[in-house]
Design a protein around this ligand. Structure first.
Ligand code: GTP
Ligand code: ZN
Length: 227
């Protein structure tokens, strides 16, 4: 699949100002990158398309010499509606804050709702979860993969802002492997365990115990929360 940069603009947010870049694949599916302190290709057609604005100075420290990057998969229910069934909303907000704090990094917001099965199927899976099935079994019962996401857009999106090494904010080792196997140096994995609550503790435990997510050290169990 090939990916094309379409346009960009400033996006002030409650976490600070980002440059928002839109990319599209050949099927017309859009992905978004929010960046801070990284080059921006001028979106205006009358200007040289390859011209870049100068990189804004960022807080230089040993930690921030490599950009902080979060690959975030779309979750309408968590990101927009404040759902407590998952940890996506708090993860997105925390990552945006952390990237603003370093002044150097990006969120790749991938439109792969429901781990790539789409919103309708995710809600079908939620209905099965309402009957007691866990997040993994619910997908399988629908005849769908546990995780249908692809990450081949990440390389072109990062290349667009001149990034080939990252400090990656994730608990998912698949994301680290994918980037590493595709020429992006992951110098550090930065864990992101936020938004744990009574409604998502079992869901997080399933990700830890059945899907290989690296949550063991930092993660609190439902039993712990109920103490
Ligand atoms: N199919 C399905 N998708 C879900 C469910 N809960 C959250 N999601 C989707 O899962 C995606 C986020 O994936 P997660 O497994 O939470 O985390 P991750 O991105 O793999 O790992 P981190 O980088 O550590 O956040 C989003 O696209 C959500 O819409 C669920 O119960 N079923
Ligand atoms: Zn979610």
């Amino acid at each position: 699949m090939s990916y094309q940069f379409i346009t960009s603009a400033k996006l002030p947010t409650r976490h600070g100002e980002f440059d928002l870049h839109v990319f599209e694949n050949e099927d017309g599916q859009e992905h978004v990158m929010l960046s801070v302190g990284l080059p921006v290709v001028d979106p205006l057609p009358e200007k040289n398309a390859m011209q870049t604005r100068p990189i804004k100075p960022h807080t230089k420290s040993i930690e921030s010499s490599v950009p902080l990057v979060r690959i975030h998969s779309e979750c309408l229910t968590g990101d927009a509606f404040g759902s407590l069934k998952c940890d996506c909303g708090p993860q997105l907000n925390t990552a945006m804050e952390a990237i603003q704090a370093t002044g150097y990094g990006a969120i790749l917001y991938l439109r792969q709702e429901g781990r790539g099965i789409g919103l309708t199927n995710k809600i079908r899976a939620y209905a099965l979860q309402d009957q007691g099935h866990d997040t993994l079994d619910a997908n399988l019962m629908l005849g769908l993969p546990a995780d249908a996401r692809i990450y081949d857009m990440c390389g072109p999106m990062l290349a667009h802002v001149g990034v080939d090494e990252v400090r990656l904010i994730t608990n998912n080792p698949d994301k680290v492997s994918y980037l590493t196997d595709n020429g992006i140096n992951v110098v550090e994995r930065v864990p992101l365990v936020v938004g744990v609550n009574d409604s998502n503790a079992d869901y997080l435990a399933t990700k830890r115990d059945r899907m290989g997510h690296l949550l063991d050290k930092e993660f609190y169990t439902k039993a712990h929360l109920n103490k």
